[in-house]
Design a binder for this molecule. Structure first.
Ligand code: COA
Length: 264
């Protein structure tokens, strides 16, 4: 698929999507947006964790300015990038953005649409849109305050300044920093942890996390009510209790200071 704007690798429990316009620093053009919509169709039909990434130097250098320059008011109202990013954010399973290098403008907004963001030390993230005579209209003005708070979102969006990896971590815009050559492994490790959990419980957790304030606490009650009736919940809890019971019946062993992976 060389030449495709988005390289997609599907596995049983996750999909890897790599932004692939290196010659244009992964600038997000209509073709890439179309590919993101196609990816969303796949993941809405068959929900799996999504890892979205770029290359070592660039996650995405924003919306394609060559296309953007010619867009007019009706194009703005169609919210071309915003619509795709909303669809990504609403995918049933978690979305992980593994970000190395530049994530600017629409590229940053794509990252803001993810549930989990991790970066490499070369990360440079921000929204220089006002310098180009436009606003960051693909989610930054409402997602960024939710992620890092209104004061810091205003600092970023009103000045157009770019954060490095350390500041992005300190501001809670990413949750961890990894050397560039370990970034994807770190993303996969997150996907592994997610894959070990009950997919429906994960989906419901994402729904509750994303629900507006006024839907709480009713939404948790309903989602939990559904899970309390699920065979998988019963199976997982029985397995935990039986493992404990087996352990109690086996010869004593050295006390473990903290829960093991098996105890999760
Ligand atoms: N849209 C369209 N094309 C872009 C682009 C964008 N957002 N970002 C980079 N490109 C293109 C450049 O025009 C150039 O194309 P060319 O080789 O045909 O001239 C190519 O990608 C390489 O860009 P260049 O600026 O030479 O790369 P660099 O490594 O020196 O710098 C960036 C990388 C990301 C710092 C720089 O490209 C940049 O500032 N891009 C725009 C960022 C921006 O304002 N984004 C917000 C958009 S809303």
């Amino acid at each position: 698929m060389t030449g495709a704007p988005l390289l997609v690798e599907s596995r049983a429990d996750r999909v890897m999507a790599t932004l692939n316009r290196p010659e244009k620093r992964n600038a997000i053009d209509q073709e890439m947006i179309d590919a993101l919509h196609a990816l969303c169709s796949e993941l809405e039909t068959e929900p799996r964790t999504l890892i979205i990434t770029g290359d070592d130097e660039v996650f995405a250098a924003g919306a394609d300015i060559a296309q953007l320059r010619d867009r007019r008011a009706p194009d703005a109202r169609r919210a071309i990038n915003a619509t795709a990013f909303i669809r990504i954010a609403e995918l049933p399973m978690p979305v992980i953005a593994a970000i190395s290098g530049y994530a600017l403008g629409g590229g940053a907004e794509l990252a803001y649409a993810a549930d989990l963001r991790i970066g490499s030390p070369t990360l440079k993230i921000g929204n220089p849109e006002t310098g180009l005579g436009i606003i960051a209209a693909a989610g930054a003005t409402w997602r960024l305050p939710e992620i890092i708070g209104h004061a810091r979102a205003s600092d970023l969006l009103l000045t157009g300044r770019i954060l490095d990896a350390d500041d992005a971590l300190a501001w809670g815009l990413i949750s961890s920093i990894h050397p560039a050559d370990e970034l994807l492994d770190a993303a996969h490790a997150m996907a592994d942890r997610i894959a070990a959990n009950d997919p429906l419980a994960t989906r419901h957790t994402k729904r509750a996390l994303r629900a507006p304030r006024h839907e709480h606490p009713d939404i948790e009650r309903e989602l939990q009510a559904e899970l309390f009736e699920s065979d998988e919940k019963h199976r997982r809890m029985t397995e935990f209790l039986e493992r404990r019971a087996r352990r109690a019946g086996s010869p004593p062993r050295a006390a473990s200071p903290s829960p093991t992976e098996e105890d999760r």
